[in-house]
Design a protein around this ligand. Structure first.
Ligand code: NAP
Length: 283
């Protein structure tokens, strides 16, 4: 293996220790950071995600509320819950776990969250703040990727970054964050004509597609940094990313694994956003 590992578990432990210390300092001032998580329906993956988020709150000393609602909850009822949490002073962050049942307009629900509590960073106000370089919450997954690059001292200025995927929650905000750090950014998607021609030029590649082996060793420039956001299952049912890890690790300079890479960082950045939302009250 030539690549060095970017260990999301180890970095998360470090960052969460810092979060815990800052939570304790806030508590001493009478404020306990609080996160509310709303889960509608019984999607098994969502249940695991919300459990992990609530556990991370407990581990860092934050207050958390988990609201579980049946899939039959109406859109209006959900909007009413969001409204109540917007006005609840003990809650500094609100997260509505996606996907929502088909009869609920997810965007409408996200827009109902107060931007001041939008710790997922999905509100249009948060997206606009990121785009214009104003203060606001950054979506946790790309924010975690930026922390991973920072942790290895990677300087983005003048580098070519290729983001594969253009979703509103990962690909697009990732590209904007890289741009903000003065990288030259290319965004690839399902309509990209020659993905390999793009990735071979990249100093940094972020794969956020949701398909196994989208990035293989022959598509990577020697020494490039590869961050794997994808979460897929291999033939044995084990969690894997978008990157052919075994092949790419022989070519890349740095690589993040799945599991143990971007996944834990996403939850860590949710903790950071929730803490910072509460810290704004005493700033
Ligand atoms: P998404 O909304 O489905 O977006 C996937 C993107 O990949 C789309 O922009 C799509 O292009 C593009 N794409 C599809 N096939 C492609 C191909 N062959 N070549 C190039 N681009 C292609 O997914 P997402 O929400 O961004 O998530 C992406 C992956 O990250 C998923 O596996 C998800 O589970 C994972 N994820 C992980 C975390 C974490 O914490 N680790 C968090 C969020 C997401 P079009 O736009 O043209 O359709």
């Amino acid at each position: 293996m030539t690549a060095q590992l970017i260990d999301g578990n180890a970095l998360s432990r470090q960052l969460r220790a810092d979060v815990s210390a800052r939570v304790a300092a806030l508590k001493a001032k009478g404020i306990t950071p609080g996160l509310a998580v709303i889960l509608v329906g019984d999607n098994p993956a969502s249940q695991v995600y919300v459990r992990n988020k609530v556990k991370a709150c407990e581990d860092t000393g934050m207050h958390s509320v988990l609201e579980r609602w049946p899939a039959t909850l109406s859109e209006n009822e959900l909007l009413a819950r969001v409204d109540a949490l917007n006005r609840d002073a003990s809650i500094h962050g609100i997260l509505v776990q996606l996907p929502l049942p088909a009869h609920i307009d997810a965007q409408k629900v996200i827009e109902a969250i107060s931007p001041a509590k939008d710790v997922d960073g999905f509100h249009i106000a948060s997206a606009g703040a990121l785009m214009t370089g104003m203060p606001g919450f950054w979506p946790c997954t790309p924010y975690g990727c930026m922390k991973m690059l920072e942790s290895v001292g990677y300087q983005l200025k003048g580098k070519h970054a290729v983001v594969i995927g253009r979703s509103n929650i990962v690909g697009k905000p990732m590209a904007l964050m890289l741009l903000q750090q003065n990288a030259t950014v290319t965004i690839c998607h399902s309509g990209t004509r020659d993905l390999k021609a793009m990735t071979l030029q990249a100093d940094v590649i972020v794969a956020a597609v949701g398909k196994r082996n989208v990035l293989t060793a022959d598509m990577v420039k020697p020494g490039a940094v590869v961050l794997d956001v994808g979460m897929n299952r291999n033939d044995e049912g084990k969690l894997c990313g978008d990157v052919d890890f075994d092949g790419v690790k022989e070519v890349a300079g740095w690589i993040s694994p799945v599991p143990g890479g971007v996944g834990p960082m996403t939850i860590t950045m949710l903790m950071v956003n929730t803490l910072e939302s509460a810290e704004r009250l005493v700033a």
